[in-house]
Ligand binder design. Structure first.
Ligand code: DX5
Ligand code: ZN
Length: 231
């Protein structure tokens, strides 16, 4: 069993003060910082690149940097993000033939290896790679924008990935990303997720420490009733 990870997504932070926002996530008791990299090609939006990640890194030294590449050509970005301070790099299974090489390259750079699957893609697509990855990211919105509604139909994919993990005695983390809040986190935990990315639900709170703590409690107890507790 993995420990539970709460990973605020910097995409929902105040972009005029990213260093301070990353430090705020660290002080709030988050375990990881999730960094969404969008290239305007794989997804219809652009976020930020390696220079921004490198600038933020010294402001949150204790946080594990979980870099999610929503990019059509991640092969040109792996080294720059590794150097910028990524601890893990996630690429998408929708990239098809490129995937084996990308996973190998991330590993060879000494980083944790993540693989993501979009809502319309069948979970079977990730099956050949399960023994090679440290984390499987089951997207719970179509990637590109923060603040979207959670897609409940993705939960059976989380359940299937959790079942494979047990059957095959593998150790990958199971991460969910998109529309995760104090309501939806309980369903994800019940389905088998252990790593929770949340942008809007955490960065929008003045008291992020209380919001992180409450999300952790709900995920640990699988109890959506706790969501009604006032932060
Ligand atoms: C979606 C990104 C998410 C996003 C989540 O394209 O991959 O990480 O930041 O944001 P919320 O939690 O606001 O849905
Ligand atoms: Zn993400």
């Amino acid at each position: 069993m993995h420990s539970l990870i709460i990973a605020p997504s910097l995409l929902a932070a105040d972009f005029t003060r990213l260093g301070l926002e990353a430090a705020r996530a660290e002080r709030a008791g988050a375990d990881w910082l999730h960094l969404d990299i969008m290239d305007g090609q794989f997804v219809p939006n652009i976020s930020f690149g390696p220079a921004v990640v490198a600038a933020v890194r010294p402001h949150a030294k204790k946080l594990f940097f979980d870099v999610h590449l929503m990019c059509g050509k991640p092969e040109i970005l792996l080294e720059p993000f590794a150097q910028a301070g990524a601890d893990e790099i996630i690429v998408h299974v929708e990239l098809g033939d490129k995937v084996p090489q990308l996973l190998w390259k991330i590993r060879s750079l000494g980083k944790k290896v993540g693989l993501a699957v979009n809502p319309p893609t069948a979970i079977a697509a990730v099956q050949p790679y399960l023994s090679q990855i440290d984390l499987l990211l089951v997207m719970t919105v179509n990637p590109g924008f923060g603040g979207q509604s959670f897609i409940h139909e993705c939960l059976p994919k989380v359940q299937q990935a959790a079942a494979w993990r047990t059957e095959k005695k593998l150790g990958y983390r199971l991460e969910v990303d998109g529309g995760i809040n104090h309501q939806t986190v309980a369903d994800c935990a019940r389905a088998g997720a252990d790593t929770f990315v949340a942008g809007t639900a955490l960065f929008s709170k003045r008291n992020m420490g209380a919001a992180v703590k409450k999300m952790r409690q709900i995920a640990q107890n699988n109890d959506p009733g706790l969501a009604d507790l006032k932060i």
